[in-house]
Each structure stands twice: as C-alpha cells, then as structure tokens.
Design a protein around this ligand. Structure first.
Ligand code: NAD
Length: 337
C-alpha cells in the first residue's frame, strides 16, 4: 500500500479532470471532505459551473468552508500546454483522476470527435503529467467497453462485443483505446495506474435532458408527461447511486492493482421495473410510451464486482429506492427554482 504524502494544509493534492461533471463534482466534494486540496480541470463541454458553485467563488479560486482547498480551472485536457499552465503553481501532485469525457449517449453523439479526442489525446496528456510527477493515475472507463455483452454478469476478463463502426463506437472505442494507453504507460514507465470500469451511475446533478434513463424518466414523471420506455422495457440495467460510486473511486487510491476493476451495482432491474418505481415515488399520472430500441442498445448490463469486493473491500450500499428518492428530491428542487 502506497504511503500518502502530506501536502500543504491537507492530506494531498488531487487533480480531477472532468470535475465539473456529474460524478466529478461529487468526487471533488468527497476529496475535499477527506482533506485533499482539489484542482478541477474542466472545459465545461458537458459539465456545469452550477455543479461546483458551492465549492468555489465567482473567480474560481476560493470558498469559505473548505479553506480555499478547491480550485476550478477551465481547461481542455487535450491541450497539454493549457494543462501545464493550470497546474504550474502547485509544487507537487499526489493523484490524478481522469473523468473527462462526454458520458451520455446523447452527449457523445453530439460531440463525437471531442469524445474520441479526449479519450485519446486528453488521456495521454494526463498520463504524461502523471509520468513527470510520478503520481497515481486513476482512469474512469466504462461498462460500454463490453459493448452488447454475451457474458453475464460481466467480469473484467471478458473482452466484450463492441461494434467498432456503430453510433456508440466513438465512446466505446475511445474508452477501449484509453484503457490500452493507460496500461501501456504503466508497462513502459511503471506509473501507478488504476482503471475503474463504471457501470450506470445516477444521482443529483445529472442533467434532466441528457437522455439517460433515470433523469429522463424522473423528468417525465414529475411533469406528468408520457414516460418513454425503449423496446419492451424488459432489457436490464444495474444502477449505482453516486455516493457509492465516489467511495469506490476514492478507494482506488490505495489499491495497487493496475488492471480494470468493475464499479457498479450488481443488482439487476428491468427498465420497466425502474420506471414503475419512479412513477410510484413521484405519485405521477404519467402513462408509459413504448418506443423502438436505439441502435446498439445493450440488452443486459450487470457488473461482476468480485474484484472490487476483494481488492477494495467495496460494494454499493444505497438501494435503488433510497437513491431514487434522493434524486427525485433533488430534481424537484431544481424544477422549483
Ligand atoms: P459528465 O458529462 O457529467 O462529466 C464529464 C466532464 O468532463 C464534464 O464536466 C465535461 O465538461 C468534462 N470534459 C469533457 N471533455 C473535456 C475536455 N476535453 N477537457 C476537460 N474536461 C472535459 O459525465 P459523468 O456521468 O460525470 O461521467 C464522468 C466519467 O465517468 C466519464 O469519463 C464517463 O465516461 C465515466 N462513466 C460514467 C458513467 C455514468 O453512468 N455516469 C458510466 C460509465 C462511465
């Protein structure tokens, strides 16, 4: 286990690329609570300043409550000089988290070239930084590297069933390339790396219109609009609440295994069951509207989290019902603003 170095006024310095996004903003908050100084690098392509507004002030430098340990820098990580400039005031870093990438199918199809570029060049720039500074590099990959899987549940040694030229390939292949890049840097330069393969994660700060299942259904239910179910609704998903995910990512700091680790909730629900639960919890009058299944939409997704349990002593704790209640309450607050 690596000994964490003590940094100025805290436990260490963490760079969170993509920190103004949904998961990234929760991770920044968590790291601050654990005593880290956090530098968030984000170009706001799909992220939002509102996600980190409570951590920072208008000039992006300081905020009472965390002792000025949070900084936001608007930086595109595909630009290596901008990344270096944004961090040049820091004497040393301890850990780099790479979450920068459009993540929802709607976003990565709207920004296909940006998605491929951030997965390849962006990841490489941060790996170079990790190499120069000799720090831990934690990369967020995705269950989409398994494509439309033929093995259930998905274990990390399954190589996947990905359509390399389909509409989702900009994301799937960028993430697969990024994993290869991370492992190459590890093999060539002995950088301490971790790869988290994240499965569907949900919670407050998701964009209601980003096309992902849970925010989409909550938005429709709260507004008594027809709730869209793609296909028969019998396809399954596993949903991990964001606080569970963030704890898993944090635990990777002290894990020395460089190979991919699935992080997600292994409990499988059909889309229809999830939709019924949202309808009940929101007391909605909405009806279900069945639409054709989008191209390359996976029929089943379920993580085998055996490695995460063994290596990180981690497993999700928040039930779907508890997580949905927290998410619905947050969306209600947002809509009443
Ligand atoms: P998100 O879109 O909310 O956050 C991604 C962030 O990256 C955004 O703030 C965006 O502005 C930033 N970004 C994109 N390109 C950038 C660039 N070139 N330079 C700097 N910043 C850039 O998505 P999220 O749901 O929070 O996902 C975070 C990470 O987790 C992503 O890498 C995603 O692939 C991965 N992931 C998420 C899920 C999920 O269910 N949310 C599932 C699997 C994997």
């Amino acid at each position: 286990m690596r000994k964490r170095r003590k940094a100025e006024g805290g436990i260490g310095v963490a760079v969170v690329a993509g920190g103004a996004g949904f998961i990234g903003s929760h991770l920044c908050e968590f790291l601050l609570q654990r005593g880290y100084r956090v530098v968030c690098l984000d170009n706001l392509l799909t992220g939002r300043l509102e996600n980190i507004a409570h951590l920072t002030t208008d000039n992006g430098r300081r905020k009472a409550g965390n002792g000025g340990r949070f900084e936001f820098r608007r930086v595109d990580i595909t630009n290596p000089r901008a990344v270096k400039n944004a961090l040049k005031h820091l004497k040393k870093l301890d850990v780099i988290f790479n979450l920068a990438s459009p993540a929802s199918p709607k976003d990565y199809q709207a920004f296909p070239l940006e998605t491929m570029r951030v997965g390849s060049e962006g990841t490489r720039n941060l790996l170079e930084l990790a190499r120069e500074q000799g720090v831990i590099f934690i990369h967020t990959s995705t269950s989409e590297v398994y494509g439309d899987p033929k093995v259930h549940p998905q274990t990390e040694d399954y190589w996947g069933n990905v359509n390399p030229v389909g509409v989702r390939s900009v994301y799937d292949e960028a993430k697969r390339f990024a994993e290869a890049l991370v492992m190459t840097y590890h093999r060539l330069y002995k950088i301490p790396v971790r790869i988290a393969r994240i499965f569907n994660t949900y919670g407050p700060r998701m964009k209601f219109d980003d096309g992902r299942l849970i925010p989409n259904l909550i938005y429709q239910a709260l507004n008594n609009q027809p709730m869209t179910i793609y296909g028969t609704g019998r396809q399954t998903r596993s949903f991990c609440y964001v606080s569970d995910m963030v704890l898993g990512l944090y635990k990777l700091i002290d894990c020395s295994d460089p190979y991919p680790i699935n992080l997600g909730n292994p409990k499988e629900y059909s889309v229809l069951v999830c939709a019924r639960l949202i309808k009940k919890l929101t007391h909605s009058q909405s009806r279900f509207l069945f639409q054709p299944l989008p191209s390359d939409d996976p029929k089943r997704r379920q993580p085998d989290i055996g490695r995460a349990k063994r290596l990180l002593n981690w497993e999700p704790k928040v039930s779907l019902k508890e997580g949905l209640i927290a998410t619905i309450n947050w969306f209600r607050g947002e809509f009443s603003k």
